[in-house]
Design a protein around this ligand. Structure first.
Ligand SMILES: [Zn+2]
Length: 386
């Protein structure tokens, strides 16, 4: 409560407190209460007023529940201690041993909650927020080789436009990067692409689409135009339809693992032969089911003959005769257009085909067409599709 430092004023405040106590049934604990005078109040006045209440005088504005009671003009000073606490919190963790995932949890579950508590009371100054963010950023990026971290970082659930753009470029960069091996210490020779370099020299990452080994926007652009990727791989579709696709997918009434498989397909996170080949883990990439074409995303989602036959036998109402290089977009567009039952069927057919394919690849079983059809029909029956 704020008041002029007068005895009458003090009595008014006292009456207010008493009235409050009467009405609310609560009592003010004067032993725990403090009174704080501004600099211009004389000593005799301080004494009289303190006597009226019987409370202690606070010389410096103290904290209550770790929050400053008084925030003067200099807000930075009022919250300086808070920033220190925040920093100490991070330093007290042996974060050297935390994985990226662990750091993510620490930041989201602990660090970001600390300011929320203070923000219940105070609108924190922007500079302070920036400072806290800086501390968190530093923590996030610390102790990792930055180039590797950016390549491995997840896009996250609410990416900014800049971050999304950076992430889109990563695939190109990672395709064009290779190690020139020197000592070999930094390179995983099984998984990383590499070329022999000077013995004894440190390992360096080079950009292999340019003779200098250095990345430039020009050479990146040229690489995009000349590599034999499908032309649409880098044409971002309007986000709205992607959003629609995912919304429709997640609301389907089928087990999550089927939906997650579909989601992984849409992101090309599935370890099909072409993806393994890209990572030098596979030599042949012929589709193990139809044995007619390389097994890549477009093939898995659209052009595999086994899949097309399956769809025909399920009487799916779309034109399987369309041959396209971009199976993913073709499937996504159809997925959005058809009704919920057909969507279920599509996801089930893709998952079941992948399931049977894995049996062939990993368990060495023979692919039997009737088994696949029977499997899909049983799944449809379980999940009540027409
Ligand atoms: Zn195939």
């Amino acid at each position: 409560m704020f008041d002029d430092a007068l005895v009458e004023g003090a009595h008014v405040v006292q009456n207010i407190i008493k009235e409050y106590e009467l009405i609310s049934g609560q009592q003010v604990n004067f032993d725990k209460s403090f009174i704080y005078f501004s600099a211009c109040v004389g000593h005799s006045e301080r004494d009289t007023i303190t006597n009226v209440f019987g409370v202690r005088v606070a010389t410096n504005p103290e904290k209550y529940l770790r929050l400053p009671m008084m925030v003067g003009r200099n807000k930075r000073r009022a919250f300086a201690d808070f920033v220190d606490r925040f920093r100490r919190r991070i330093e007290s963790w042996s974060f050297r041993y935390l994985s990226m995932g662990g750091k993510e949890v620490l930041i989201k579950a602990i660090l970001q909650v600390i300011p929320v508590y203070v923000m219940q009371c105070f609108a924190l100054p922007k500079t302070l927020c920036q400072k806290l963010e800086l501390i968190m950023n530093k923590f996030w990026w610390s102790n990792n080789k930055s180039s590797k971290v950016i390549m491995a970082a997840k896009i996250g659930s609410y990416p900014s436009f800049t971050w999304r753009s950076l992430c889109n470029a990563r695939e190109l960069i990672s395709d064009g990067l290779l190690w020139r091996i020197g000592s070999g210490d930094s390179v995983n020779i099984w998984n990383d692409p590499w070329l022999p370099g000077l013995a004894g020299a440190p390992d360096v990452l080079v950009w292999h689409f340019d003779a200098s080994g250095e990345y430039s926007v020009k050479s990146g652009y040229r690489a995009l135009l000349t590599t034999h990727r499908y032309p649409s791989d880098y044409n971002m579709e309007p986000i709205a339809s992607y959003k629609q696709f995912y919304n429709l997918l997640w609301e389907l009434q089928i087990p999550a693992k089927l939906k997650i498989h579909m989601w992984r397909l849409s992101k090309d996170f599935v370890p099909h032969f072409n993806n393994l080949l890209k990572r030098r883990l596979q030599v042949v990439n012929v589709c193990p089911l139809c044995k007619e074409a390389p097994e890549d995303l477009g093939h898995l989602l659209w052009s595999c003959d086994v899949l097309r036959h399956l769809w025909l036998s399920l009487n799916l109402p779309f034109d399987c005769s369309v041959r396209t290089l971009d199976g993913k977009n073709q499937l996504m567009n159809i997925f959005i257009k058809v009704d919920a039952d057909t969507r279920k069927l599509l996801v089930i057919s893709l998952w079941a085909t992948w399931f049977q394919r894995n049996k062939v690849v990993h368990e060495g079983t023979q692919f039997v067409w009737q088994d696949l059809v029977g499997f899909v029909k049983r799944l449809c029956f379980c999940f009540k599709c027409e």
